[in-house]
Write a protein that binds this ligand. Structure first.
Ligand SMILES: [Zn+2]
Length: 110
């Protein structure tokens, strides 16, 4: 099966609380920072904080052999879950953090 990227407008705050970051063997809950989640069974909620995993990603480069292997594995386990690009997420997340650093007294400003 071949995978193709789709770009979608999703607020990063929506992703933060529902993201499972996986490597070849285990997953990491972005909400509570719980590592070592066994995702191969298709776990849909964090066993530690109960966050629902609506998004899944990997830190491996999508075009590397290992990245391809993991993406295929994610797709097999989470066919109905949105797979996002880690670099896209990190870029937006860093931008949000930088923005909030400089606007402590300006809640919600853009
Ligand atoms: Zn969690």
């Amino acid at each position: 099966m071949e995978l193709i990227r789709v770009w979608k407008n999703i607020p990063v705050s929506e992703i933060d609380n529902h993201l499972l970051i996986v490597d070849d063997l285990s997953g990491f809950c972005q909400n509570c920072r719980n590592p070592g989640i066994k995702y191969s069974a298709g776990i849909s909620k964090c066993p530690n904080c109960g966050a629902e995993f609506k998004y899944v990603t990997t830190r491996e480069a999508a075009n590397s052999p290992l990245g391809q292997k993991i993406l295929q594995k994610i797709h097999n386990v989470y066919a109905d879950t949105t797979i996002i690009d880690f670099q896209d997420y990190k870029h937006l997340s860093d931008k949000k953090k930088a923005h909030s650093l400089f606007s402590n007294n300006d809640e919600g400003g853009n």
